[in-house]
Design a protein around this ligand. Structure first.
Ligand code: ADP
Ligand code: MG
Length: 717
């Protein structure tokens, strides 16, 4: 009965489970306490072993097997002290979620006892039974097996559950023929590519203090929370992560009373608990708040080296999901769990930073620093314009289609928000004002001719998919449930490409005898002129922008299927190959997996829609019609209701026949054909079923309605 549902859903949590911890607790014992940090590891190793491990960490030497054994021993003793019973190679297959297969530390001995073992071999490499991870055909052709290999640059950590703990060793996952089957391998390769390009640019600038460059990344995660009780009464949420039915509630997000509002006690307790676990995992979470939609929230960490940030991001999603259950809540990470209110994204704040903490996208105090900033900023503008398609592909997925290109942020058109001040500076450079030849010299930057470059300009434009926010770019099109690895891989690679090209232009001009300052001015100016079409500071949601973008020749890849097709374009295959990020076969395989994932996702939704409509909604309508016909007193009102319910039920039934027929067909043999069948036939059929069902929800007696409503799910806290 729904009345008791509402109350128990609202009350289903107890404060007495909640541990209270202070800041000093966290600082003294809590932060990274479950991480085998480099310092921890160092303290457990001899000087010589640490030295050779460090050489590996810095990428200059492969790991020696004797060293691996010693490191494994140290890791084991640390993990056992932390209460771990098992270890796992933790990896990121192409499904986008993390995978783990646990092995016990306990090994039997010949005399009937048992000891705890963990060898260097087990640390470095493992062979998960991987035949059912998606490979896009890469494994099938050669070998059914894949292996995982230790990534020593991301520290091992302890994952806790109610009655135990597991040592997790971050690993890359590849086939025996050396092809990447995961998301981490190309990410690591792209970081290397960026490092090379940017280091050679920096040497041209006479900067030799930094030894390495990496992309830095801070991802803001949006999510919904709903009462657990409702979740398990919604087969659509359980099966597909989003509601496939649900009439609009009388109140949505129009009152704007939720955004940045006071966080309810239960939710705040959940957040605090989750944050403490994240601290233990060394994840530098910083910010929490209510988001725009009712029941929607956000968590954001401080940025890190992007490989670590990607691992931490996966852990954030996992900790949020696990912890919610302790509070009688379920965390929904889907991009669009509810129609009619905002969806969830994952804003990826991205920049390039060196090992001495120099942020290359941060305007500086001196003209020289500002030239350098403008050079790298121009490279990003060039990269985004030349590779709009890749950025779009990197965020394409069935779930994200309900967000991008729908009437909510950000649009499927990729553009850059630079902000008025920075745009003004570029425009002045382009028109010659404050450029070369002004008496101030050096681009006029830092001189009275031009205003100083904006530092941390507040960006209040939330409609841009890619915005400059003062010292970094924020890629906002990424989906909330997505792994951030591929979007960052793309960003790193296209930035590496543009930096390399601009460095070559600069070098050529300097070699031809031009002064460095003049050469820089020309490169920045011509790059901007060539790519200014990608810069758009206006409202990205407006219809005018769609028209304007078309006039500018920008891509508008509305759905995932429009985007996937671009991944294997010659330009992209060549780019990934040139920078050693993905081989042509790996690109093709990824494209195949994208189609496959899309097809499977929508297929599950189609089947679930059919099942719910047939077995839950039609019976609810029948029951109500039965109630109405059981009333013996003649009544115009009841006759009217019965006629209306019967007619909408017929509409539902007709739509259901079409959906059923489409569900039975696959549209072809290939993943590609099946995916298009899903988009063009199944999705519209699902919408027709939903439309009729949502009408019924507003007609049928509440006591017969089998699904918790939006009103309940979004507002019971
Ligand atoms: P803003 O005020 O522009 O939102 P914040 O400082 O609040 O900026 O940062 C928002 C997110 O951007 C945080 O996750 C933060 O760690 C991240 N961020 C800040 N600087 C960088 C950087 N240099 N590289 C990557 N991410 C960054
Ligand atoms: Mg932000």
């Amino acid at each position: 009965n729904h009345d008791t549902d509402v109350l128990s859903a609202a009350r289903n949590w107890r404060l007495d489970d909640v541990e209270v911890r202070s800041v000093s607790d966290v600082l003294e014992t809590g932060f990274a306490s479950d991480v085998l940090t480099p310092e921890q590891l160092k303290s457990r190793l001899s000087k010589s072993v640490w030295k050779s491990l460090k050489a590996t960490l810095e990428g200059s030497a492969p790991l020696d097997s004797a060293v691996a054994d010693t490191v494994a021993l140290a890791m084991k003793s640390w993990a056992l002290e932390k209460g771990a019973t098992h270890y796992t190679h933790w990896f990121h297959p192409l499904t986008g979620i993390t995978a783990e297969k646990h092995d016990s530390f306990i090994s039997p001995t010949s005399d009937g006892g048992a000891i705890a073992t963990f060898s260097g071999k087990e640390l470095i490499q493992a062979e998960p039974d991987a035949s059912s991870f998606p490979s896009g055909g890469l494994r099938a052709t050669f070998e059914a097996r894949g292996y995982t290999a230790w990534d020593p640059t991301s520290p091992a950590f302890i994952m806790r559950h109610a009655n135990g703990a597991t040592l997790c060793i971050p690993t890359a996952f590849a086939s025996w023929t050396g092809e990447a089957l995961d998301l981490k391998t190309p990410l690591l390769r792209s970081i290397e590519a960026l490092n090379k390009s940017v280091m050679s640019a920096l040497s041209l600038f006479g900067h030799f203090e930094s030894k390495r460059v990496s992309s830095t990344l801070g991802a803001e995660q949006e999510y919904f929370l709903i009462a657990e009780e409702y979740y398990y009464r919604r087969p659509d949420l359980v099966m597909s992560g989003r509601t496939l039915f649900g009439a609009k509630p009388p109140k949505g997000q129009e009152l704007e009373d939720h955004y940045f509002g006071a966080i309810p006690d239960r939710v705040l307790s959940f957040m605090t608990d989750a944050e403490h676990q994240m601290y233990a995992l060394g994840i530098p979470v910083k910010t929490r708040h209510n988001e725009v939609a009712p029941g929607q929230f956000e968590i954001a960490p401080i940025f890190e080296h992007s490989n670590l940030a990607a691992d931490h991001q996966q852990l954030i999603m996992q900790v949020l999901s696990n912890t919610a259950r302790k509070y009688g809540l379920v965390c929904l990470l889907h991009e669009k769990p509810f129609a009619g209110v905002n969806g969830s994204g994952k804003h990826c704040n991205w920049s390039m930073g060196t090992d001495i903490g120099l942020n290359l996208l941060e305007p500086g105090d001196t003209p020289h620093e500002n030239m350098q900033f403008l050079f790298f900023c121009s490279a990003v503008i060039k990269a985004v314009d030349e590779h709009q398609d890749l950025l779009r592909v990197s965020v394409a997925a069935a779930g994200n289609d309900h967000r991008l290109g729908a009437n909510e942020a950000p649009p499927a058109i990729i553009s850059i928000f630079l902000g008025d001040e920075l745009t003004d500076i570029y425009d002045r450079l382009s028109s010659g004002q404050g450029g070369r030849g002004t008496e101030a010299g050096l681009l006029g930057l830092g001189s009275p001719v031009l205003p100083p470059l904006p530092r941390h300009a507040g960006d209040r434009n939330r409609t841009s998919p890619f915005a400059f926010t003062g010292n970094k770019f924020e890629f906002r099109a990424v989906g909330s449930s997505q792994s951030i690895s591929f979007p960052i891989t793309v960003l790193n690679t296209i930035a590496a490409d543009a930096v390399e090209k601009l460095t070559a232009q600069l070098q050529e001009k300097v070699d031809a005898g031009q002064s460095f300052e003049d050469a820089i001015a020309e490169v920045v100016k011509s790059t901007y002129e060539q790519h200014r079409r990608i810069v758009f500071n206006g409202d990205g949601y407006s219809a005018e922008w769609h028209e304007e973008a078309e006039r500018r020749g920008l891509l508008n890849l509305r759905t995932s299927l429009d985007a996937f097709g671009k991944l294997a374009d010659e330009k992209n295959v060549h780019l990934f190959e040139k920078f050693g990020v993905l081989t042509p076969r790996e690109v093709e395989a990824r494209q195949e997996v994208m189609y496959e994932q899309y097809f499977k996702t929508v297929n599950i939704e189609g089947e679930t829609t059919e099942y719910i409509a047939q077995t839950m909604i039609v019976p609810a309508a029948a029951k109500y019609l039965g109630d109405l016909s059981a009333v013996k007193t003649p009544s115009r009102a009841l006759d009217g209701v019965a006629t209306e319910v019967a007619s909408v039920t017929d509409e539902l039934y007709d739509a259901l026949q079409i959906l059923r027929a489409q569900n039975q067909e696959l549209g072809g043999e290939s993943a590609h054909e099946k995916a298009f069948h899903m988009r063009d036939k199944v999705l519209p059929a699902m919408i027709a079923v939903r439309t009729a069902a949502d009408k019924l929800e507003r007609l049928v007696a509440d006591e017969h309605w089998p699904l918790p409503s939006y009103r309940q799910m979004l507002f019971v806290k």
